[in-house]
Design a protein around this ligand. Sequence first.
Ligand SMILES: [Zn+2]
Length: 163
Amino acid sequence: MSNFNTTSNQNQNIYPKPCAYNCNIQIYWNTATNEYREVFTKKKHICPNRHNKPTTTNTANTAATTTTKPNHHKKSFISQPKPKMFNSFELLQGSFDAIQKKYEILSDIVSEYNGKVHGSQRDRDPKTGLIDLLVYYEVPLGQREEAKHKFDNYIRNIVSSQL
Ligand SMILES: [Zn+2]
């Protein structure tokens, strides 16, 4: 009889219950320390699920996402081929103002044709002191002639208006 006491004398009655956060650990309320303890380890229960408290909305969310998952639609959308792009660059030269103007025109034209300016590389002619700006860009393959023409026309206008 007295042997049984040694295991249970340190605390009162244990009423195990599953943890409320669905971690599948049996716990009980320890009235001496005012904390939940794990039935098997007798240690304080620090729940791994505690931070994602709302277990009910969690399951609702996963249910919602699984039911609305449009598997096939998504796939065909992703694999839709991108238009082939033509990569090129323009060398802009002149004074700071002239280059600024040319750069703005070029990036306008590029975006007008659904292209992209990738970047630029600056240099300075040691003899003339003029700035060189290489501007890399891409436009859809079908539009490169048009884009280049348009840019050339604008540049020619700028150059002649500055002379
Ligand atoms: Zn728990």
